[in-house]
Design a protein around this ligand. Structure first.
Ligand code: AR6
Length: 168
């Protein structure tokens, strides 16, 4: 699996799937979630509501898929990152699950290229360096015959610097 780093807005990226840092309500929010719903249009929220009708909510670390609406991607994979509460032993495996479950779901959809934002490192305040280490570790240890490329999309300078350093 090839790993790339891009600085920018994930809604502009044309990979088969992009991942959203959602919340357990799946009803949208700010940050990357807000950007994806704004750029992708109402179809995404409609499908999120249908998922909620089936399973009520999406738990921390889990992932669900919807259309990507008007975005250049085919799918949006919504995953719910942990809210950082200084409990590293609890939060780290939850964040790892976000990456693992998103990759598993992507694979089941025959996704060849996928982009991740820096899940939990915004409003949810997960320490950026630790989050990046977990993200890279999960992607590198995921063995797939289907997924060919994973792009880490960093929006802020700090995350970009951290990923650059760790991916060198
Ligand atoms: N493209 C790529 N990355 C982005 C973009 C974008 N357009 N916009 C922000 N980021 P956050 P969280 C980066 O807060 O911490 C929402 O309200 C941002 O710089 O979006 O997982 C949800 O509904 C940061 O590095 O997500 C939840 O309630 C990263 O995306 C809650 O926030 C994640 O920041 C989830 O919090």
């Amino acid at each position: 699996m090839k790993i790339e780093l891009i600085k920018g807005d994930i809604t502009k990226i044309k990979t088969d799937a992009i991942v959203n840092a959602a919340n357990s309500s799946l009803l949208g929010g700010g940050g990357v979630d807000g950007a994806i719903h704004r750029a992708g249009g109402p179809e995404i929220l409609d499908e999120c509501k249908q998922i909620r009708n089936r399973q009520r909510k999406c738990k921390t670390g889990e992932a669900v898929v919807t259309t990507a609406g008007n975005l250049p991607a085919k799918y949006v994979i919504h995953t719910v990152g942990p809210i950082w509460n200084n409990d590293e032993e609890k939060c780290s495996p939850q964040l790892a699950n976000c990456y693992k479950n998103s990759l598993k779901l992507a694979e089941s959809l025959n996704v060849k290229t996928i982009s991740f934002p820096n899940i939990s490192t915004g409003v949810y305040r997960f320490p950026k360096e630790l989050a990046a280490k977990i993200a890279i570790q999960e992607v590198k240890s995921f063995e797939s015959d289907v997924i060919e490329k994973v792009i880490f999309v960093c929006f802020d300078d700090e995350n970009e610097e951290i990923y650059k350093k760790l991916l060198e």
